[in-house]
Write a protein that binds this ligand. Structure first.
Ligand code: NDP
Length: 612
């Protein structure tokens, strides 16, 4: 077969598989759980309301918020208040403590600020308990606990123009003030479940993987779920086979009497090859090692060739060549370039399918576990025990593709294609809210300088200056993946944003600025830069993909889709650009209002672009 004919054949097969999964209701097929439900808190849930003033409120105590708090400390900022709906620091690692929960990205580049603390993770891919303990130790190290408010949902931020500060109202009755606010609440945090009937009627426990019910299952997090002893006589349903499903299925399979795994789209499951940290390697690390390693990983996985592969894992081995091949096409290459990329992609996907064949004994089960879509359509998984779990006699794979997912739930069963699978417990590994307004998952709103609501402003997508601020909302900053330098190592983006936002706040304080925001022109210019970049070819690519959260369930043009509008020049170049911007010190693109008596000093530091 010629390569052209091969490409046509691949495209047809992938299009057929996509069409079997496309649903007219798109992102509306999901319902959202109350994000504040917290099974992990044991103490009191109410506290006395606060009416005080702080310098900075950071909404979100995960990797984003902790990194920002740390960078603000380095800038000398005193009163920093982290607010989180969780009962402690940790963000995603606070919530996601399901059995087997593990960092998918190498922990030496995923755990933030290792260079600052000198901590070295024990494994190349650390487990949840170690990550959570490290994040909480970071919060202690940077003295973020004293003013922190947990079990607190921010409801509203209102800008008070006269006082040049934000009024923050919360679910605990607080009405506090902050000079600056950062929205650092994460982007995969509001749990979602399929909008099917019967969930309320189910008689046993029903929970999302990010709200694990250890009271019912016994055990705890860690590689084996600490044995999950209470499941020995239980039938369990787990719905969803994304990165989370992949990690919790092996311990569930080992310990439940019977496990039904309800799958709609198989994940790509690549080798994990986890190993303990080599102490000799760790001893030889030199200052600045983590940034170099992060940069190296991000460059490779965004298709930029480098001389050395420091992380040297399945991310770099596969994402590097495939992204490089597609990037040429996305940047406006010839049609043949796309075909070359598709052939390479097919080769890697075929390797993933052969891995299924060699790991899974029953041919029909293996066939159902094979993924048929282009590699970059969905987030791959990495696991060495997931596929062999389907060789166990107590584990059954239920393919739900023909019914578009699970059909309904009854008082004692999950139903697919009219067949009721009786179970004692239903676990949703169905992911998190994406594809909606930035404020949706945060469950709050912001009223800006002119009385406009940020949810209205961002209704058709975020409009930002470099991804972290917008006009009309002074002293307000965002951390996230939109209109910024995107990478598969989210921590990399978040720590760079933290450094940058902390710099802006530090500079404003040092120069006697009381309010600053980007100009409307600067925001528009940046939005244009993002929108007209040649990487929009990626949007076409995603439109042809099998549905999932990358393409807002088949709606790739959704402006609120996950990580919409990455900087086309690549994340490392983007971070370099921000570094240069900081070095220039002009706060270019911002307009500022000075506190009385400060203007003279401030203008000595700033260029004319700085003044409104
Ligand atoms: P995902 O959104 O990735 O996966 C959800 C799963 O639920 C998919 O398999 C989906 O199938 C399935 N599903 C949804 N609706 C139905 C239905 N009606 N019937 C049957 N199946 C259904 O969520 P995850 O929790 O797996 O991952 C969330 C995020 O967390 C991802 O970004 C992931 O990469 C990240 N993560 C990161 C880890 C790390 O180590 N850094 C570890 C674990 C997760 P379909 O594909 O057909 O929609």
């Amino acid at each position: 077969m010629t390569s052209k004919a091969k490409v046509v054949e691949i495209r047809e097969k992938y299009a057929q598989e996509r069409d079997r999964r496309l649903r007219p209701d798109g992102i509306n097929q999901y319902a959202y759980l109350d994000g504040a439900i917290d099974p992990y808190v044991t103490g009191p849930r109410r506290r006395a309301p606060l009416f005080d003033d702080v310098d900075v409120v950071i909404i979100g105590g995960g990797i984003s918020g902790i990194s920002l708090g740390a960078e603000l400390r380095k800038q000398g900022v005193k009163r920093i208040r982290v607010i989180d709906r969780a009962g402690d620091f940790g963000g995603t690692w606070y919530w996601n403590r399901y059995p087997g929960a593990q960092c998918d990205v190498e922990s030496y580049i995923y755990l933030p600020l290792l260079d600052d603390t000198g901590y070295i993770p024990s494994l190349k891919y650390a487990y949840q308990e170690e990550i959570l303990a490290y994040l909480q130790s970071l919060a202690r190290h940077f003295d973020l606990y004293d003013d922190a408010c947990f079990q607190t949902d921010v409801d509203l931020l209102e800008w008070d123009e006269n006082a040049a500060s934000w009024i923050v109202t919360t679910s605990q009755g607080d009405r506090m003030r902050a000079k600056y606010v950062a929205l650092s609440g994460g982007f995969l945090q509001l749990p979602k479940i399929p909008n099917v009937s019967g969930v309320e009627a189910f008689r046993g426990p029903v929970f999302h993987t990010s709200r694990w019910d250890y009271g019912f299952t016994g055990g705890g997090p860690g590689i084996d779920g600490q044995g999950l002893p209470k499941l020995a006589d239980k039938k369990v349903a787990v719905i969803g086979t994304g990165a989370t499903g992949l990690q919790c299925v092996p311990p569930l399979g080992r310990h439940a009497q019977q496990l039904y795994v309800f799958q709609r789209t198989p994940s790509v499951v690549l080798e994990r090859n986890n190993r303990e940290t080599d102490p000799t390697w760790a001893e030889r690390l030199e200052p600045g090692w983590q940034k170099r390693r992060m940069d190296n990983f991000t460059q490779i996985t965004s298709g930029m060739p480098v001389d050395e592969d420091l992380v040297d894992d399945m991310w770099t081995h596969i994402f590097g060549p495939i992204t490089l091949a597609y990037a040429k096409y996305w940047r406006g290459g010839a049609q043949e370039t796309s075909e070359a990329a598709e052939l390479l992609d097919f080769e890697y996907m075929d390797r993933a399918r052969r891995r299924v064949e060699s790991a899974v004994e029953r041919a029909e089960v293996a066939e159902a576990l094979k993924p048929y879509y282009p590699f970059l359509c969905k987030r791959p998984g990495f696991h060495d025990e997931y596929l062999p779990t389907f060789n166990r006699s107590n584990v059954t794979l239920i393919d739900t593709v023909e019914s578009g997912g699970i059909e309904r739930i009854t008082e004692n069963a999950v139903v697919v294609d009219g067949i009721a699978y009786e179970v004692d417990c239903v676990i949703f590994a169905t992911g998190f809210d994406t594809g909606r307004n930035y404020l949706h998952a945060l469950g709050m709103d912001v009223i800006g300088r002119d009385g406009e609501r940020l949810s209205d402003r961002f209704e058709d997508g975020m409009q930002t200056y470099h991804g972290y601020a917008t006009d009309g909302y002074p002293n307000l900053f965002f951390q996230g993946l939109t209109q910024t330098g995107g990478t598969h190592n989210f921590t990399h983006t978040l720590v760079e944003q933290a450094k940058h936002i902390a710099y802006v706040i530090g500079a404003a304080q040092a120069r006697g600025i009381e309010a600053l925001e980007p100009t409307a022109e600067a925001v528009q210019d940046w939005v244009n830069t993002i929108n007209t970049s040649a990487l929009q070819g990626r949007v076409e690519f995603l439109a042809a993909c099998t549905p999932g959260y990358y393409n807002a369930e088949g709606d790739a043009k959704n402006a609120n889709r996950f990580a919409a509008g990455s900087y086309a020049g690549g994340a490392v170049r983007f971070f370099g650009m921000l570094e240069e911007w900081r070095r220039e010190g002009a706060l270019e693109g911002f307009q500022a209002r000075y506190s009385t008596g400060a203007a003279e000093d401030a203008s000595a530091d700033a260029t004319s672009a700085f003044h409104a």
